[in-house]
Write a protein of this length. Sequence first.
Lengths: 370, 419
Amino acid sequence: MSTHAAPGEISVRRPGPGRMGFFTDTTVCIGCKACEVACKQWNDLPADGSEFRRGGSYDHTASLGAATWRHVRFVELLAPSDIQKQEAAAALARGAGGQLPHIPAAALADAGGGVTEEEIPDLVDLAASDGGETGPHPPQVDVAAAVADMDRWVFMSDVCKHCTNAGCMDACPTGALIRTEFETVVLQPDVCNGCGYCVPSCPFGVVDRDHVDGRAAKCTLCYDRLEDGLEPACAKACPTDSIQFGPYDELVDVARRRVAALHDKGLEGAYLYGAGDREGEQLAGGLGAFFLLTEPPERFGLPAQADSPIQENVVPATVAALGAGVLAAVGVAAAFLAPKGRDRGVAVAAVAGLSIVPDAVRTLRRRRAR
Amino acid sequence: MSAAGPGDPAPPRGGKAAARARALASRVAEARRGDRAREGGRDATPAVGHPGGPASWRRADGEGVALHQRGWGDSRWSYLFKGDSRYARAEAPPDGFVEAANERGRGGDVPPIVQGPMMKAPVWTWEVPLYFFFGGMAAGASFVALACDLAGDERSARVARKVALGALVPSPPLLIMDLGRPERFYNMLRIFKPRSPMSAGAWCLTLFGNLSAASVAADVLGRPRAAKAIGGANALVGGYLGSYTGVLLAATAVPVWARSRLLLGPIFVATATLAGASATRLVLVAGGMPEGHPTREALGRVERSAMCAELVLSAVNEHRLGRLGDVLEEGRPGRIYRTAKWLARAGLILRLARRRGGPWTHHLASGCYLGAALCFRFAWVGAGPASARDDEAVARMARGRGTVGEPDPGTPVVVVQHR
């Protein structure tokens, strides 16, 4: 049995199954959210605040979280309009960091004829007008234009990536997060004490601590179903096979051939996120759940490059910190043993005064940028 | 829904009565959690079983469930997997084809639109920065105790060891309060995992606490040599206790923490040292140490140098952070950070007024340093969530377009959030 698990990891090891994973193909996803529902049903997860047309989007469930282990992300309006770009530039100049929380939103319309919610086809109106064609009311929506707009929608069923270098698992101080014999990453709810360290350690923003339950939770790649030889609930439910489950190597092979087929058809922006990378350029050592994307990863809330933050940072940070710790202990001793009597009040005041300079420079530069 | 349901299986250890008591306690806790859930507008009632208890789940042994095919055969019904289909090409593309496509897809500058949320914000609340403050103070006091011993001032060393223990006492409760499941705090010591700074830190805190208590006990029992030896070992452990908190933050995916990785540990050590020195100085003065005593003077030098080091290191770090350091200037963490800096400067400048103002200006300065240390802790921990919610910063860090020295074309990035 080949294993990708690092020797120091806490893992279930038993002969038999190899690495299992997900291949999620965004080009065939229709955004039906059947995977979300199937996941919630199988794993008995509570509903968490779905909201119709949240922020002007048709994506009425927000994001992955402790009670949402599959989330279909809606990517609407693939290019920003000129007005949106101007608004963003103005927001940047105001110092708001380019944050435009509601695009498209009515607030922008107020700001001078920007993008309004109506620019996204309203399916409710559309359905009403379709039904109205035979009735007394003429259709109010340009169906052809609305359908053309739908071309600019992309859906992506997001899920835990089951990384080879899993940041959450490296961070977990209790050993609640383990690697299974399927080389997936599973959180044991009976061990987790809700310390929350896995939450900022996941570069993909997957695992979260449930505010009611108190423990962290995330996708298990249906560990219980896998042990009984069943495929995960979301893959089972997916009506278009956008979510494919299987042995990892088989999935990567299918995905590579799929990319080639899409390029043949002229969709040359298609690429794999998390598999098929050159050695050294992999995302977190290769993702057990990988994706076929056609847009930059940031459109899907995914980082362009990621690794387990602990494996990246902990050694240099510890060396620097321990060095400073030893230096501090020696420095304190030196202050006690050094010859006394020299008053360096002026030098100390000079450091305090000079420390104002970089802050003042930065403040001035920001004012000027405005 | 009530907490009634099938009984909890009795744990193997302990008597029957103890098991029953544990089961009852767990049910009461779960029922309370259920009440909270319903108040919050969320029904957390499980489909089967009772909250927190085992579901009525049974392994399908033998023949398997309906329509089940062995070995995940049910996942391979699809034509997609088979040879030539309209879905995928029959033969694999040449080597380097997909690799090049991936490079085009993920390479280059940050795209004009970033659709968040990119990552989850840390969930820690006020207990964590307060613990960082006290833990750092304990570590700094252990340095002071060692230095006093080396300089031959045993009376001050004893006081410093007591300060270390006193600062450490509130730390475990604070850490336990911050857990999502405080009753399971002991799982922190379930394993020793050097690669996780939190696991290493939990063990370090345990070791430090025991050594600290042992050294104070040796003092009380009149064993000065043992106290000295244990205190020396404690200062070594303190070197990690005062610095690991910086590593803990730096080893996350949060941009402002991760990109400060080389300086966050040293900055936290400086905060720890000055907090320990100031606290010990104030305690010694309250205990009647006369003005001009060499230990009192030395502690003054320590707190001033540590404060200067902290200011200098912070300035270097802010410069290196570039765009990612904005969260240290904006909003609530930014205000606390600025307050910390001005308190530090005020303390340092009070040094000049000492000749005229007398000893009280120095006590005031020590108070300023302690306030600065506390504010620095709150600012650093508070900047994390702000940075994680800054989708542009997260995207920039991943593309290597954030800190000083990294290429940045300067094109505006629009952040979309369907919140």
